[in-house]
Design a protein around this ligand. Structure first.
Ligand code: ZN
Length: 367
């Protein structure tokens, strides 16, 4: 039994996203095999959303692929040429830890295009909010190379395109993937019109980025906010970060649109992250950003999918996020809600110190 949606929530997905193949590239000592980032992790999210009856409550949005010209708003021509050449051959490594198979250039354009489609549908009023469940992910991709399973900077390219074509002004980005949103940071470091907030596990990946003292460059100083949290953080730390950094910073910025880089790898069962969020915690963070968007920009909220490597847990996180966005409820029992009972879910002093450092670095006053 599904409680009906109260908002028009767009949902972008495409079978092509599951045709993108990956490899961890660990040779020569172990046999080649899939990376942590696999089609199944994302397909299972789509399948649960469908099987729970929630898909029928969402507005399907067909992704429009980006063009090479669109990708050139951020990436170098040399990098794109390299991607195309590898994609037309047997695949290769886009840069760092980003092995892919043949045909992924077109799929990457469709993934970035999926993010752009979600943003466009929200800005034109076709839907109230939207979620793009895309592969490959995007927030690690830098100007001249791919990193961390990411080929193109999906979210950054979507925002840049919306700016050029739809004239959207100030955009606030909240990245709750457990890894640092380094590509998004690079794209907007000098841009005062884009606030890029990344909550991530301290020095997880990339290890050299995501520091509190990295606050933007030139005219963009102050509009990059890095919030590295200690490993082992649970809902107490994340909600303290929302209370004292994310919410006051977004309010102070007064955005016309809120975009979330949504990864589920801060989940308590993720093999790559060491955080402790439950599906219920992702629902609460979604409620927080939805309320911010309601308060500041007529509810305009778009999310694009990044990481999340527990094939069992991530679907339940995705379901709860989409329930919060749409107002529909599928009333599916969460078999992993025991994560909420893990010890040290409540805020600890060292986690509070980590948030304090960001409050101080950005002159954020507690409400
Ligand atoms: Zn991640």
């Amino acid at each position: 039994m599904v409680t009906p949606a109260t908002r028009r929530t767009g949902f972008v997905c495409d079978e092509a996203y599951f045709a993108h193949t990956t490899d961890e590239g660990l040779g020569p000592w172990v046999a080649p095999g899939p990376a942590f980032e696999t089609p199944a992790g994302k397909r299972r999210i789509r399948d649960l959303v469908r099987d729970a009856g929630l898909l029928a409550e969402l507005v399907p949005l067909a992704p429009e692929p980006l063009t090479r010209q669109d990708a050139l708003r951020f990436h170098t021509a040399e990098y794109l040429d390299r991607l195309v050449a590898m994609s037309q051959a047997e695949g290769g490594n886009a840069g760092e830890d980003t092995w892919f198979g043949p045909g992924s250039w077109e799929i990457a354009l469709l993934a970035a295009g999926g993010a752009a489609t979600a943003v466009r549908a929200v800005l034109t009023g076709e839907v109230d909010n939207a979620y793009a469940l895309v592969r490959p992910p995007g927030h690690h991709a830098e100007r001249h190379w791919g990193r961390g399973y990411c080929l193109l900077a999906n979210l950054a390219l979507a925002v840049m395109k919306a700016r050029d074509e739809l004239g959207v002004g100030r955009v606030a980005v909240v990245d709750w993937d457990v890894h640092h949103g380094n590509g998004t940071e690079q794209a907007f470091a000098a841009d005062p019109e884009t606030l890029a907030i990344s909550l991530h596990q301290d020095r997880l990946y990339p290890r050299e980025t995501g520091w509190v003292q990295h606050v933007g460059e030139g005219a963009g100083v102050g509009t990059t906010i890095n919030l590295p949290l200690p490993s082992g953080s649970g809902s107490g730390a994340y909600l303290d970060a929302f209370d004292r950094v994310v919410e006051p910073a977004v309010r102070r910025f007064r955005p016309d649109l809120v975009v979330v880089a949504s990864g589920f790898d801060a989940g308590g069962l993720d093999p790559l992250g060491r955080m402790m969020l439950s599906a219920g915690a992702f629902a609460e963070m979604t409620r927080r950003v939805r309320n911010l968007a309601d308060e500041l920009c007529a509810g305009r909220l778009a999310m694009t999918h990044e990481g999340g490597y527990s094939e069992l847990h991530a679907p339940f996180c995705g379901l709860r996020v989409l329930e919060e966005m749409s107002g529909a409820s599928a009333e599916v029992e969460d078999p992993f809600d025991f994560i909420d009972d893990y010890g040290a879910q409540a805020l600890t002093p060292h986690q509070r110190d980590a948030v304090d450092a960001v409050v101080r670095a950005h002159g954020l006053v507690q409400a």
